[in-house]
Ligand binder design. Sequence first.
Ligand SMILES: C[S@@+](CC[C@H](N)C(=O)[O-])C[C@H]1O[C@@H](n2cnc3c(N)ncnc32)[C@H](O)[C@@H]1O
Length: 257
Amino acid sequence: MCKTNKGYLSGINSYFALKNRCKPTFDNTCKVCLPSMVYRCYLRTNLLKMRNKMNKPFSQSCENNKQPILNVLSKVFKNTKHVLEIGSGTGQHAVYFGQHLPHLTWQTSDLQLNHAGINSWVDESALTNVHRPFSIDLNRNWSLDIPDQSKSIDGLFTANTLHIISWPLVVKFFQGIKDNLINQASVCIYGPFNYQGKFTSESNEKFDLWLKDRDNESGIRDIESVLSLANAAGLNLIDDHEMPANNRLLVFSKKIK
Ligand SMILES: C[S@@+](CC[C@H](N)C(=O)[O-])C[C@H]1O[C@@H](n2cnc3c(N)ncnc32)[C@H](O)[C@@H]1O
């Protein structure tokens, strides 16, 4: 048996060695086994990559909304350096936006339970400007969770979180913005909102019922209440973009308070 096979000797490899008629040469290598081993390493690496791809969490709505959101973010974050995302979910948005906005760093964050999924997207992308998640639970004070260097956060993005978390956590979300973002930072909040106490569509009304059925503290928020919290956190509303599927993208700029 040549030395290529010796290092990997297992059932399948000895089968290959026999099948390939392993013939060690004077330096104990083999012209048959060496190329086949390289080929098998190549196959194994690609199989692992494929398995990783298949195990990644996937959200169809992220696929649908990522381009319309990017169209706005590319203008709003044109001069932004460090974006923090709250509730990164699958990690799909982070990878897509990081790839198309290479001038900035994109810091993902979420509850610990979502980190493995986010990591699989971030690692596979191999993007150097998209970072593995911070553990940010809005139940706690963010500053405890964010390392010091991220005090230079000049951009914040969150999608579909304000209707998932309870109202007291929405309050904490804006408190975190007040405490952690630098002056002039841009803040983008994507999701459905109600205006003047009314749903903007029948589908949003059904969605709200579905949300409340699974968690009574969740639900589509009134834009007026959100704007009031934003204002108290030092945010000025710059734009309220209409987005596909009855969603909005709120754009704020932080001013000194
Ligand atoms: C509906 S998902 C949205 C995920 C992603 N942003 C998207 O648009 O697909 C809501 C996200 O909020 C996160 N979340 C829920 N409770 C949270 C909390 N207490 N602190 C931080 N994130 C929370 C969830 O883990 C989840 O990633």
